[in-house]
Structure formats: C-alpha cells, structure tokens
Design a protein around this ligand. Structure first.
Ligand code: KG4
Ligand code: ZN
Length: 359
C-alpha cells in the first residue's frame, strides 16, 4: 500500500453540510488538508429544531459548493484521492441521501473506491485526527441523536456497554433550551446561561441512576424541567437557575454512569495500564461536562481525552478519517449502498427503546 492515503469525506446526516480532505501519513498521523462545515442554524432557528425537509433542501443547495471548496483548499483534485467516503447513516434519510449520492457519484465517475461511513464510527474515531491512540479505549458518545458508552476495540469492532433508553443527551439540552426560550442551537445556550444561574436551586430527578448498569435516561429529567419551567413566569434569574440545575443534574448522572462504565470496561478488558477515556459528539463541546469527566477519569485511573471543539460537532474530517481507516482494512463498499436511518455500532446490542422495556 502507498505511503500517504488521501480521502475526500462528505457529511450530510443532519443539519451540517460538510466536506473535508484528509491525508494519513506514513506514521499513521492525520493531516487536515481542508475541513469545511456549513451550518444551517439560520434555516432552523425560527423552528427551534431541525426540520428534515428544510435541512435536505439546504444540503442540496450547498453540497457542490462545499465539496469544491474542500478540494480547492486542499489544493488537490479528485484524481489525487485514494477514495471517497460519505456518511450513510444513521440519521435523517432525506439528508443522508444527498451527501451519499454525491459521494457515490464522484467515486463512480472518477473510478475511485467508495466507503460508506457510519456517522457514529466517525465520532468514535475522531480523536485519531489529533492523537495517535491505541485500541482499546472507552468512549462516551454524546450527540443530538445518541448517548452511548462503547468499548472501541478496533475499526469496525465495538461493544456497547450502555445507551440511552429514551432521549439522547443533546436532545435533552435542545429541549431544555426550547422550554426556557434560550434560543437555538440549544446545547451551547444552556451552557452559556447556566453560568448565570444557581445550580443548586432546583432539585431535579436523576432517572435510573442507581440501576440498569451504565444505561442512561433523560426523559424524566426533561419532564421535570418542563414542569418547573411553567412556574417561572419569564423570571430571567429563575430561567438561568433552571438551566444551571439541569446541567448540574446531567453532570451528576454522567459522573455515576461513567464510573459504572469504567468498572465494566476494566472487568471486560482486564487491562491494568491507564486507558484513554474519550468523550466525543456535539455535547462533548460542553466545558462543564469536560471538567466533570476529567475529574472522574483521574479518580478512576483513565486518561481523559476530548477532541478539539471543531471535531466534536458534525464534520466531514471525521468521515474522511473513518473512510481511510476502513479502506486500509479493505472495508470498501459497493456503489449501490443505501442510506440507513438506524445503524448501531454494536449490532449485537439489545435495542433499548420503546414500550415494554424491562431494566
Ligand atoms: O454530534 P452533533 O453535532 O450532531 C449529531 O450527531 O447529533 O451533536 C449535536 C448536539 C446538539 O443536540 C447540540 O445542542 C449539542 O450537540 N451541543 C451541546 C453543546 N454544543 C453542542 N450540548 C451541550 N453543550 C454544548 N456546548
Ligand atoms: Zn454527530
């Protein structure tokens, strides 16, 4: 195999239209040749959340420009690529299809290998863009659609230790922001306004915190925020107190559940040396969560690692990087690969959502 491997990555699974050109050098380090992200905040702001059809239309309008910009900034052309990677799931099908079709078309026209990337694998491997990390490691993936503890054993090899049984953490942040009228996007605003509030003002529930292993639940917490928000009557200080109390409760939940995931990791892998604990996904941008989990890692003898903020939220650098890693393992795909709305990293993990769930 040649020394440097270069991939174009494309990402349109939700509300970011993104393209990037990434090179892996001989030593296994990543070189970011370009990383273009066009956020659709303006399109979705007035609705307080992502509207799938609007998102898909914006992807269609932007994708050619974004891909061309990524290529231009990299100073390379399609013919220099060793392959094309595009996110194929999980996510909104109408959105995924846009980037996936563009990726497949470029690969077909230029006669290049194509890799269909699982968005979650993109997040899971994203720390590799900045650090060379050995497998296995423990991962907490917290985004708008997922909240999971995983053992990352290798490329394409994941063991899920826990997942949310209802809302994803990013979703809980977004809904809290909406209930408190703190604006969109929710997560960063809850973080911002929490700084102005008293985190001990409200006592909020910590659902399933002492049971169900390291599975998570945020629906009860969200409902409690809704209940309290109805008594606020536009009092700004109470709003900030509620935002701060929500974030503080999230931190208490994550502290307990992360310790449990770390205990399980140690039993399952019987590793004696210090192992990285990586927190990835959009919510990993939250500084109070970072501080909290850094403390937990030190206490539990793990090495805390957080991707740079630009690699926490959705981006195509992580998709190109996952594409390179899969390509090197000969995990390439056919051009008829279709988008998947659900695509778990650990296919053997029990599906924990829906009625009749017993914990
Ligand atoms: O990974 P991501 O960009 O997209 C998905 O794959 O879902 O994550 C987006 C989520 C949103 O719910 C957003 O509100 C949340 O990440 N988020 C944050 C922060 N920044 C983004 N949540 C809490 N604090 C933040 N600073
Ligand atoms: Zn994501």
């Amino acid at each position: 195999m040649k020394k440097n491997i270069t991939f174009l990555g494309i990402e349109t699974s939700c509300d970011e239209t993104a393209a990037a050109v990434i090179q892996e050098n001989e030593g296994g380090f990543a070189k970011i040749l370009s990383n273009i992200v066009s956020s659709q905040i303006k399109e979705h702001e007035k609705f307080g959340g992502v509207v799938p059809e609007l998102a898909a239309r914006a992807h269609v309008e932007n994708i050619d420009f974004i891909v061309n910009k990524a290529l231009m900034e990299s100073k390379l052309s399609i013919s220099d690529m060793d392959g094309i990677a595009a996110t194929a799931g999980p996510g909104l099908i109408v959105c995924l299809t846009v980037g996936l079709n563009v990726g497949k078309s470029i690969a077909a026209f230029a006669n290049k290998p194509f890799v269909a990337v699982n968005h979650l694998e993109g997040h899971a491997l994203s720390p590799g863009l900045e650090n060379k990390i050995k497998f296995p490691y423990l991962l907490l993936l917290i985004s708008g659609g997922h909240s999971q503890y995983l053992i990352v054993k290798d490329i394409n090899e994941y063991e899920q230790l826990g997942t949310t049984i209802d809302d994803a953490l990013g979703e809980a942040f977004d809904k809290t922001a909406k209930m408190l009228d703190l604006g969109y996007p929710g997560g960063p605003n809850v973080e911002k306004f929490s700084k102005l509030g008293d985190k001990n003002f409200y006592k909020l529930p910590e659902p399933i915190v002492n049971k169900a292993g390291c599975n998570l639940s945020f629906a009860g917490l969200k409902t409690a925020v809704l209940r309290e928000s109805k008594n606020i009557n536009n009092d700004q200080q109470l709003k900030y107190n509620l935002a701060a109390s929500f974030q503080h409760t999230v931190n208490k939940i994550l502290e307990k559940k992360t310790k449990e995931a770390m205990r399980q990791f140690k039993i399952k892998t019987s590793h004696k040396e210090k192992i990285p604990f990586i927190v990835a996904g959009g919510v990993a941008a939250n500084m109070s969560i970072r501080e909290n989990l850094k403390k937990v890692s030190e206490e539990m003898n793990f090495i805390p690692l957080f991707p740079n903020l630009k690699f926490c939220g959705d981006n195509a650098a992580m998709i190109a990087w996952a594409g390179i890693k899969r390509f090197k393992k000969k995990l390439v795909n056919e051009i008829d690969f279709v988008a998947r709305s659900r695509w778990p990293l650990d296919p053997s993990a029990k599906y924990l959502k829906g009625p009749g769930l017993k914990l």
